[in-house]
Design a protein around this ligand. Structure first.
Ligand code: BG6
Length: 485
């Protein structure tokens, strides 16, 4: 019987290009879709929740295309990781990270997305970045697409709805495998592939008011991404034999709100539509029957090409991955209290506390999800994201973030339990290991890191880095391989 974390467990940290890099128009990079997202600190909480994601409008998109004042476009400045990565990776080495996850920005490699040749300066940046990781003793976990696609692919082609995006994406992936293949240890073609359903601008780059049948358009895009995912696995295995290519979702652990059979059935449906559809396609290689029924019941029409089923069947993932921040309850009771959450809002669980952003904190839910995913697929699992967004306060010249330490400890204990249960959990990359711009609400003040970055919501500050109490706690945890949690 296993007793705890395996010796080679990959303790790590994660960020994404749009939330960290900045340098949005340097060294040949094209404008990308996250560069266009706008933050206004005068918005009320309700306005911010509304504006933050779900639907990009044509009006805001057009305005952002020509915006020159970058103050309200935080993804254009991030934490300037593009210039400071060496110092930041030195801190990650001090922390003892075994693996570092970040995403490659498509618009640095192909500024317009459909260019005939790649931008050499963009490739060089990633060669240097990944070499630096290895020099500092860290493996590299690279996400090929974490939401931001070159804007030109939206203005000219309409985003992922257009099947041509599959070819452009594969051209981009080929360059990565050929030029960076020996520098990357784990590949992830898509961050949270189910995000397209819940946050269509981020996930599949759709602008709602341009679509006649928004729901069908979303699933058409998702179909193209699932095909691109499968073909990318094929390409990686051809170019880099033995490479590890994963599939990732934002995982929403779901409980029935009561033991009423209708609630239990609702929780099964919520799991299928939000989680399992995507992992079933990526790991089992085919569309599940429950989705055919869902499409039929909801009048959703998507076009598949002959051969698509073969592509999915022949190219399944080497491992599964997910982000985990909270759980939800499922009920048919329309008056049930609501809770906020990552990508989705849902129903409240009266037994759980929530973060300052209303995300329900549920460490046991992580063990439940790990067991459910492993039981269903028997594939290695990598937790690609987990952490707590909080407003950090300074006391005596330091950030004493005991709430973050508690959050991590409680989740790590449950990971350990899951490993003892028999789950093949191979790694964990803590989300926002260094403070970055939050993705949903585009704020700096929602901080996840064990390293503090002195910047505010408008990008003002020294940009200096400071170690929080959680830095030392995580450092010790890694050193002890989670033995004294
Ligand atoms: C995940 C995304 O869904 O949630 C990250 O992959 C994101 O990009 C994370 O940052 C946390 O969400 P937020 O909105 O708090 O940044």
């Amino acid at each position: 019987m296993r007793t705890g974390f395996p010796k080679n467990f990959l303790w790590g940290g994660a960020i994404s290009s749009s939330q960290a890099d900045g340098a949005y128009n340097e060294d040949g990079k094209g404008l990308d879709t996250q560069d266009l997202r706008y933050f206004n600190s005068e918005w009320t909480k309700e306005e911010r929740d509304h504006h933050r994601n779900i639907n990009m409008t044509s009006e805001r998109f057009e305005k952002a295309l020509t915006a020159t004042d970058t103050t309200y476009y935080p993804f254009r400045w991030g934490i300037d990781f593009y210039h400071d990565y060496k110092e930041d990776l030195a801190l990650m080495e001090e922390l003892g990270l075994k693996i570092f996850r970040t995403s490659i920005n498509w618009a640095r490699i192909f500024p317009n997305g459909d260019d005939a040749a790649p931008n050499e300066a963009g490739i060089q940046f990633y060669i240097d970045l990944f070499d630096e990781c290895h020099k500092r003793g860290m493996k590299v976990f690279a996400t090929i697409l974490h939401y931001n696609i070159p804007v030109h692919l939206v203005t000219k082609y309409g985003g992922w709805k257009n099947r041509k995006l599959i070819d452009f994406y594969l051209r981009y992936a080929r360059v990565l495998f050929e030029r960076l293949g020996d520098r990357v240890d784990y590949w992830l073609p898509f961050n949270e592939i189910n995000a397209g359903k819940f946050n269509p601008y981020n996930g599949v780059c759709l602008i709602k008011d341009r679509e006649k049948d928004y729901e069908s358009a979303i699933y058409q895009c998702l179909h193209h991404q699932l095909i691109a995912n499968a073909l990318t696995i094929k390409l990686a295995h051809e170019i880099i034999p033995g490479s590890m290519v994963g599939g990732m979702i934002a995982r929403f652990t779901t409980y029935p709100a009561t033991c009423k059979p209708d609630d239990v059935m609702q929780s099964i449906l919520d799991e299928q539509y939000s989680n399992y559809f995507y992992t079933d396609v990526m790991a089992r290689g085919k569309y599940p029957a429950y989705m055919e029924r869902y499409f039929n019941d909801n009048n959703i029409k998507i076009e598949k090409e002959a051969g698509d089923d073969d592509i999915l069947r022949e190219n399944t993932v080497d491992f599964l991955s997910f982000s985990y921040y909270m759980s939800m309850v499922a009920t048919t009771d329309k008056n049930w209290d609501r809770a906020s959450g990552n990508l989705v809002t849902g129903n409240k669980n009266p037994y759980l506390q929530a973060s300052e952003w209303g995300w329900q904190i549920d460490p046991v839910g992580l063990r439940i999800s790990l067991n459910q995913m492993y039981d269903r697929y028997q594939l290695p699992i990598f937790i690609a994201e987990n952490g707590i967004g909080a407003i950090d306060q300074w006391h005596d010249g330091k950030v004493h973030d005991s709430y973050r330490i508690d959050y991590l400890r409680d989740h790590f204990k449950q990971m350990k339990e899951a490993i003892i249960d028999g789950v093949d959990l191979i790694g964990y990359t803590m989300w926002g290991i260094i403070d970055i711009v939050s993705c949903g609400t585009i704020e700096m003040k929602k901080r996840y890191g064990v390293i503090y970055v002195d910047r505010d919501d408008r990008g003002q500050g020294t940009n200096k880095r400071y170690k929080k109490d959680s830095f030392y706690w995580y450092q010790n945890c890694i050193k002890m391989n989670g033995e004294d949690l």
